[in-house]
Design a binder for this molecule. Structure first.
Ligand code: GLN
Length: 215
């Protein structure tokens, strides 16, 4: 955002204005270890937030909320281990700042994984079943039932979430299965909300109270 390299001292006021405009936007981190980062960044732009890639612990200091994207949870987990990010991510969520995990990100947020184990963060009291829709139906789309009526959910080698605990709200289901859950300020979708034009899930991350959508 530094603009053209030729800006001189005379450009001061203009620069101040643009900095004020950008600093008032919420900064949302996207864990950029592996997976689907660019589409989340575009969705965040559309809800008025600024995307920051998170690769190291110190990157978390600059963000107000965080997305754990889809990808391959085993690969992401290896990266988190290597980078020493399990503890910092857990502390970030426990500080109350909103977190959204999508697909592989949902697997990582779960209490445990029933099959093909990966090390989980344990921030949502559900059990994840990886690749639960089988190999024949790797990808499909279906409308959500529940709070986000009509949301088109895109599933790509998606997990299922089982046994939600008492503190888990199920915000949307498909075929009776929870596909969008929330525990406190931590949310998870088993689908990819960044792959459609409907940005309601990202809007909830940026504005959990829904105030900006009220009017
Ligand atoms: N099957 C992947 C896993 O279990 C998730 C796929 C995805 O994020 N689209 O990690």
């Amino acid at each position: 955002m530094s603009g053209r390299g030729t800006m001189g001292p005379g450009d001061g006021p203009q620069r101040e204005e643009s900095e004020a405009a950008t600093t008032s936007r919420l900064s949302v981190g996207i864990l950029a270890v592996q997976g689907d980062v660019a589409a989340h960044a575009a969705a965040l732009e559309r809800v008025g937030a600024r995307a920051h890639l998170v690769r190291r612990e110190k990157d978390l200091d600059a963000v107000d909320a965080l997305i754990l994207p889809g990808g391959e949870s085993t690969t992401i987990a290896k990266g988190l281990n290597r980078l020493g990010l399990y503890g910092p991510l857990e502390a970030f969520a426990r500080s109350g700042r909103p977190v959204l995990g999508t697909c592989a990100g949902a697997v990582l947020l779960a209490r445990e994984v029933e099959n093909h184990p990966v090390r989980c963060l344990g921030l949502i009291d559900v059990v994840a079943v990886r690749n639960a829709y089988g190999t024949q139906v790797d990808s499909f789309a279906a409308p959500a039932e529940g709070a986000l009526e009509g949301l088109r959910c895109v599933f790509i080698r998606a997990p299922r979430l089982r046994r939600p605990g008492p503190d888990v709200e199920v915000l949307a289901r498909v075929d009776g299965w929870p596909v969008f859950v929330r525990q406190g300020s931590v949310m998870a979708t088993t689908f990819h909300p960044e792959l459609t034009d409907d940005v309601r899930v990202h809007a909830m991350l940026v504005d959990p109270s829904g105030e900006s959508r009220a009017g």
